[in-house]
Design a protein around this ligand. Sequence first.
Ligand code: UD1
Ligand code: CA
Length: 464
Amino acid sequence: MTDRQLAVVVLAAGKGTRMKSDLPKVLHPILGRTVLGWVLEAARPLDAARVVVVTGHQADEVEASLPESVTTARQVQQRGSGDAVAAALPALEGFTGDVLVVNGDGALFTTETMRAVVEGHQSRGSVATALAIRGDVALPYGRVIRGADDVVDAIVESVDATPEQLAVDELNAGVYCFDADVLRGAVPRLSDDNAKGELYITDLLGIAHGDGGRTLGVVAGGPEELLGINTRLDLAEVEAILRRRILEQHMLNGVTISMPETVLIEPTVTIEPDATILPRTILRGATRVATGALVGPDAGLHDTVVERGAHVDRSVAREARVGEGALVGPWAYLRPNAELRQGAKAGTFVEIKNSVVGENAKVPHLSYVGDATIGEGTNIGAGNITANYRPELGRGKQRTTIGANVRTGSNSVLVAPVTIGDNAWVGAGSIVVQDVPAGALAVARARQTNIEGYAERVMDGATS
Ligand code: UD1
Ligand code: CA
């Protein structure tokens, strides 16, 4: 790109009626990011001097979703995409250079395509440029009409087009680049004398051309970039394409993904080469998977770190950390601040929250561990519960501290706050309410009483 300054304007004031939603169209989420967020992310590497988002319909909600770095401009009445550009002009006051204008519902626009439009515009001395994508003439998109020397005479909306114009297969995708001064000169001359009675951004090319400026169409991008989001069907189709793009990137980076058509990975997730993702796995947010790790099948991880060689099998985790070589599942649930250290295990039907499970410590079956610290090499018996909620002690949760190499018997309840010393044992079925010294055995259950001859006596009574 030349050293001309660049501003980006994203049009996001439209109503999106066909979504049939209370949520503004551009705020619908796709893979953890809004439709508008995808557009802004694609534009980000262009390093624009200013980024302006035009809001209107449900402007408060849309503006609240935006980062500080973005300027917003309000379009009071939704009188068309041309009027939306007009609304952005005050935010471009004093700006000279080029203005890239992008439809806010184009979640599939790539950085490369946007860059191709800016580069084509700048390198060929254009004053107004549109992205043209070859596509099916049955599609209801604007037609890019070329005259002599490849110059664009006009863009005609399909509803306003003649049969000859409709036969043109260069379709307007909704990405434009304008010289800022030309834009300011042309916008006030837009008219709503057309089929929709709206001010069309697309008419700006015809106006600039009429003024004798060079107006061009840049053919770039793939046919899927034509897909604006107007209905929930479009939303699902766009999601499928974005999902596939992300998976392909990971696979090309050296990640094995089995049955990729069943896997969903958000764009914010990082995965190292030689990690393996098994079917029906969903990875969201700031999740990070290290090399050699195996995730899935049927795993759902959100903001979770999985270290080298760990395995998460058929489990759900949020804001958790699975250490090197640790094992999770099948069917475990790791909640915020659950941390499994190297070689640790959280097995089947185990829930862990705000706790550390020490190196090589194991919680293999049917347990709840909350607000606890478990030392190295400790084994928690099947069906153990840390009773962390003691309302009589206050609103907060109470901690359970378990030392290293402890053995707790099955079906024990550790009533917090309580500490179990290193190498201690807890007898099965114990309800532990007092600290257990290191190396001790705690048995905290009623002693067994055997009543001799009981069955015989009962049966005698029943038959007499
Ligand atoms: C628009 C183009 C069409 C192109 C298609 C590609 C116009 C006139 N037509 O049609 O040539 O083929 O995109 O997807 O632009 N907007 C506002 N305020 C308004 C109206 C619209 O901000 O008053 C915004 C919308 O939020 C949207 C963009 O402008 O991001 C385009 O508007 P939309 O109604 O979606 O236009 P299309 O009919 O899809
Ligand atoms: Ca649209």
